[in-house]
Design a protein around this ligand. Structure first.
Ligand SMILES: Cc1cc2nc3c(=O)[nH]c(=O)nc-3n(C[C@H](O)[C@H](O)[C@H](O)COP(=O)(O)OP(=O)(O)OC[C@H]3O[C@@H](n4cnc5c(N)ncnc54)[C@H](O)[C@@H]3O)c2cc1C
Length: 363
């Protein structure tokens, strides 16, 4: 007799895990299916930067704040360390400072403030203004995701190395046979050619590929994550402000190569002092197998301008996530008891738990 679950979840990335967490917390009988022996996708390759500051104003910002709060709860229960708290956004251009000041004047700026250079000795000379936000946190994804998975494995049935090949009302066809569940939630990440391909294509979803590096410890602790001018035209909480128009024009004139490669700067620090530094953005459905040294150098150029001479690189990798210009995330309803959930921007780790709550509200 095939077991019947209250909820079956497809995908062991952070979106699938957040749905499993929400279901377990609601006392439901949960099964989760992940095709790989362990998660190896975007959720492992990312910065682990749970970003509230700069998310799109309104609902998405609130979703990130909610997710940050649940991450804190999940971290405590699953034994996940919060590696860093807070964000420093450094601006070296007058136009960037205008954006930061305009941001501070919105409700999104609550709790944030501009710092003096005496408060930011870790930054290179030449920074004009620095905004500090206390809202953001950082986890080490490559250990946090396995720890969250281990916590769930004691409370739900997790099937790793099992591919789901078909979903119908109440039933999943899997590589280990048919499984049954009253509700099915498909969280396939950027798998655009698997389940519900037509529905994913209809929502104009493609893939973004990012290059990332780990640098040896610079010999000092960063008090929080660091971002810079280039981020202010990428994150919609800043980029949608009228003041960002002038900044965009300046960056297009003075940083054309970085913008052409979707480069902006995020620097976070791990427990051993090493730094995770990125990133770039290239859009295509088939990821490029080979990373570009020229693109890495564009990222390191921005690092140099903000934090000084970069320490040696000890790891390089790339990752992909689902992206769309139509929406930031989707909760689609292929069948009354089935949901297709995709984070379609580079903020899935920052919004996963909030999205999961919305999914369960949608049944
Ligand atoms: C380099 C990089 C840096 C990033 N940095 C950040 C960051 O700092 N903060 C942030 O918020 N976001 C960040 N993002 C985005 C974030 O990582 C993603 O939005 C998020 O991880 C997506 O989670 P997911 O679970 O949808 O996808 P994934 O992590 O890709 O997981 C999907 C899983 O589903 C499985 N799967 C798919 N189909 C099936 C099937 N049919 N049967 C079984 N299993 C299946 C796959 O094997 C995969 O493991 C970054 C992304 C990248 C690539």
């Amino acid at each position: 007799m095939t077991p019947t679950y209250d909820v079956a979840i497809v995908g062991g990335g952070i979106i699938g895990l957040a749905h499993a967490w929400t279901a377990v917390k609601a006392g439901l009988k949960v099964a989760l299916f992940e095709r790989h022996a362990r998660a190896t996708g975007a959720s492992i390759r990312n910065f682990g930067f749970i970003t509230v500051t700069g998310q799109q104003r309104g609902d998405f910002h609130a979703l990130a704040m909610r997710t940050r709060n649940i991450w804190l709860e999940a971290a405590e229960q699953a034994g996940i360390a919060i590696e860093q708290r807070g964000l420093y956004i450094s601006a070296r251009y007058a136009e960037s400072e205008d954006v930061l000041r305009a941001f501070l004047d919105t409700e999104m700026g609550a709790g944030c403030r501009l710092l003096t250079s005496a408060e930011t000795p870790f930054l290179a000379k030449g920074q004009r203004a620095v905004l500090h936000s206390p809202h953001d946190i950082r986890v080490e994804s490559r250990t946090a995701i396995p720890k969250l998975t281990a916590w769930l494995s004691e409370r739900a049935d997790l099937f790793y190395g099992v591919t789901v090949t078909g979903v119908d009302s109440g039933r999943l066809a899997t590589s280990m046979g048919e499984m049954r569940a009253e509700r099915i939630i498909v969280c396939p990440g950027d798998d655009l050619t698997g389940l519900f391909t037509d529905r994913i294509k209809a929502r104009n979803v493609s893939r973004s590929q990012l290059q990332m590096m780990r640098l040896v410890s610079p010999g000092f602790r960063l008090p929080g994550a660091v971002m810079s001018d280039l981020s202010l035209i990428r994150y919609l909480g800043y980029a949608d402000l009228p003041e960002a128009v002038a900044l965009k024009a300046r960056l297009e004139a003075e940083h054309a190569a970085q913008l052409a490669n979707g480069v902006h700067l995020i620097v976070v620090q791990s427990a051993d002092g090493s730094l995770v530094v990125g990133d770039s953005h290239h859009y295509h459905d088939a990821p490029e197998p080979f990373t570009s040294e020229a693109v890495d150098q564009l990222i390191l150029d921005e690092y140099r301008a903000v934090l000084g001479s970069p320490p040696p690189v000890i790891e390089r990798w790339s990752g992909t996530y689902a992206t769309s210009t139509d929406q930031l995330f989707l909760i689609d309803q292929p069948l009354p008891d089935v949901r297709l959930v995709v984070a379609t921007c580079g903020a899935g780790a920052s919004t996963a738990f909030g999205i999961a709550e919305r999914t369960f509200q949608s049944f």
